[in-house]
Write a protein that binds this ligand. Structure first.
Ligand code: NCD
Length: 316
């Protein structure tokens, strides 16, 4: 059985195949409309979410399957003290695949240890968020036509931003990728990620001011300051508006740069940027549905043939 805890659970060839599938789904949605007929997805969300949960559920519905779950742990037996492991053992009896989001790092991994169905990590604390990364990568591939040879700037809360950690891990494996990390000192990338980049000889630079480097970027990945992971409110208040991307700063960027954001946005991108053709963060949400449809099919071992018939093979 196959799970996704980090994007590294997939080799780059497998990711490329997954994105080819996502592109085929985007071009021929009808072909996939019954691919998961009779299959059930459980969404177990112990932390707030709008896009990730609804996008994963939409993905299953678009494939002809159905969904169940909770979007608030207080409405499940978690509020009575049930462990993640016991909840997953139970859900394994009901559903064919489960998507889980939890505030603790490693929660999804605990789930995989007892699960009888594939687990999709939809965010574990400040650690990883692989389905956002599939979304981000499919967006980049669709907009730029490639996943290699580019400069990617990541800006904002690089310390607690799990989408940042997953995206760096995944993109590090493609040729000619150069990262630019733009953050205040307090919100730098965690040390273990720097070590990994150094170990693999991956090029990166660090900046504090976005204006000093925006002109060099092909992709600008903005993030919000992760209030819920701060130890004290004072630090959050001091750092929350450190970056505000506006029209004036966008004038310094290349004409063919794209701005991505996992969303939700707070203040870090001014709404005046939304109509700029380089603002791709709402298109990114749509790409996320195709990427998650491709992921569900892959984890369930479901192959849709040219004539729309379905073959399911057990996944090793
Ligand atoms: C992200 C998350 O939950 O990590 N949101 C999302 O899934 N699109 C980013 C965030 O909350 O800032």
């Amino acid at each position: 059985m196959r799970h996704i805890l980090t994007p590294l659970d997939f080799k780059t060839q497998e990711l490329d195949a997954l994105f080819d599938l996502a592109a085929d789904i985007e071009a021929n949605p009808q072909k996939y409309a019954n691919a998961c007929r009779g299959k059930k997805l459980a969404t177990l969300f112990y932390e707030p979410s709008t896009r990730t949960r609804l996008s994963t559920e939409t993905a299953m519905l678009n494939l002809g399957g159905s969904t169940m779950g909770f979007s608030d742990a207080t409405s499940s037996s978690v509020s009575k003290g049930e462990s993640v492991a016991d909840t997953i053992r139970t859900v394994s009896c009901f559903a064919d695949i489960a998507a889980i989001r939890h505030p603790k790092e490693g929660a999804a991994m605990v789930a995989t240890q007892v699960s009888r169905i594939p687990i999709i990590n939809c965010g574990d604390g400040g650690h990883q968020h692989p389905t956002q990364t599939l979304t981000d990568m499919f967006t980049i591939r669709s907009l730029m036509g490639r996943l290699n040879h580019m400069t990617i700037g990541l800006c904002g809360d690089l310390k607690f931003g799990r989408t940042v950690h997953s995206l760096i891990d995944a993109m590090s494996r493609y040729e000619g990728i150069r990262f630019v990390f733009i953050s205040p000192k307090e919100l730098r990338i965690p040390e273990y990620i720097f070590e990994r980049l150094d170990e693999h000889d991956i090029q990166y630079d660090e900046f504090i001011k976005l204006e000093d480097v925006i002109g060099k970027l092909d992709i600008l990945y903005m993030t919000r300051v992760q209030r819920e992971r701060f130890f004290n409110e004072e630090d959050y208040v001091r750092l929350k508006d450190f970056y505000v991307l506006n029209k004036r700063i966008m004038r310094k960027a290349k004409n063919n740069m794209f701005v991505l954001h996992p969303l939700p946005r707070v203040n870090e991108i001014s709404v005046e940027v939304d109509n700029d053709p380089r603002a791709a963060y709402f298109r990114q949400v749509q790409y996320g549905v195709y990427a998650r449809m491709a992921l569900i099919l892959t984890l369930l071992g479901i192959h849709v043939n040219e004539d729309g018939t379905v073959t399911q093979t057990p996944v090793e």
